[in-house]
Design a binder for this molecule. Structure first.
Ligand code: NAD
Length: 287
């Protein structure tokens, strides 16, 4: 599969990331089939994408015709089989390895053997995910977008043990066509950015736990004096406390329980309480 041949992009998971990826793909002219097991998530996703395009029109960054054509290219679907004709499928379902492997097993059965199978996993091994694919595992690759995926330029392109050079090349070219900046990474736990970010969140949570400073103070000094665009607590609220905890748990496990990656009980308590950040209107802050 070459990048020029890619006309339609399948996306699995219509949550924060799947919606952002679909938005970026449709605005770049790709037919974007977005599948989710939750009909509500599909409705929310399309509404959010349309709203996002509307804001771009208001700012003068998009005209009405461009908006309408992008909106028509976003095709929500509750039917897994509707992904079968896509040229590349980007999986952005929840961060659960067994679930991802199961999705890949199903994709392996129903896709052409040259369809690229990309995963937006934040932390799992691409090689482990590709073990579910028996037909041409060279087509399995990591494509790690950043939140919000419609805006953030960086995409970590992760080469698993079996990923072919052809797949890497095609995905790099596709990222460029989507207006993104691809960076090729090795298949190590959490790749580059999320690994560095573990300490950003983990130490901030420890400082909070020790009552040295509260989230507002930490976020404020990191932004105003540290020059960061967002503080750690604002960022965890944006990512989703549940998503961030799953990533921390998987990195901790992948590094054989190295204490420096140990999750914080604060994260678990918030997940148990359903305080997941912006998406539930309350996390470290209220929205
Ligand atoms: N949130 C972030 O900032 C961020 C950034 C980069 C990568 N990621 C990764 O992207 C993936 C998705 O994260 P998210 O934040 O969008 O999560 P989310 O919770 O917002 O959305 C996940 C979606 O997956 C759906 N889903 C669950 N099981 C499914 C299945 N079997 N088939 C299809 N859909 C299914 C859910 O209904 C939900 O709509 C995760 O692997 C995460 O680690 C997240």
């Amino acid at each position: 599969m070459t990048a020029d041949k890619i006309k339609s992009i399948g996306i699995i998971g219509a949550g924060t990331m799947g919606s952002g990826i679909a938005s970026a793909a449709a605005i770049s002219g790709y037919r974007s089939v977005i599948f989710d097991i939750s009909p509500d998530a599909l409705v929310r996703s399309k509404e959010g994408i349309v709203k996002g395009y509307g804001r771009l029109v208001e700012k003068g960054k998009l005209d009405i015709a461009q908006k309408d054509s992008a909106v028509n290219l976003v095709l929500p679907s509750s039917d897994f089989d509707s992904l079968s004709e896509c040229d590349i499928i980007i999986e952005a379902a929840i961060e659960n390895l067994d679930l991802k492997k199961d999705v890949y097993r199903r994709l392996d059965e129903m896709t052409r053997h040259d369809t690229i199978l990309a995963t937006n996993t934040s932390s799992f091994s691409i090689t482990a995910i590709s073990s579910a694919v028996k037909n041409n595992s060279g087509r399995v690759i990591g494509m790690h977008f950043f939140n919000p995926a419609s805006i953030m330029k960086l995409v970590e392109v992760i080469k698993g043990e079996f990923t072919s050079d052809e797949t890497v090349y095609t995905v790099i070219e596709l990222c460029k066509k989507l207006g993104k900046v691809p960076v090729v990474c090795n298949d190590t736990p959490a790749f580059i950015v999320n690994r560095v970010a573990r300490a950003f969140y983990g130490e901030s949570l420890k400082i909070m736990d020790e009552e040295q400073a509260d989230p507002l103070l930490i976020d404020t000094i990191m932004k105003e004096e540290g020059g960061f665009a967002m503080g750690p607590f604002e960022l965890m609220d944006l990512i989703g406390i549940d998503v961030n905890l799953s990533v921390t748990k998987s990195v901790y496990e992948a590094f054989f329980y190295d204490q420096k990656y140990k999750p914080s009980p604060i994260q678990q308590k918030m997940v148990d309480a359903g305080l997941l950040g912006r998406k539930t209107k309350q996390g470290f802050y209220k929205y």
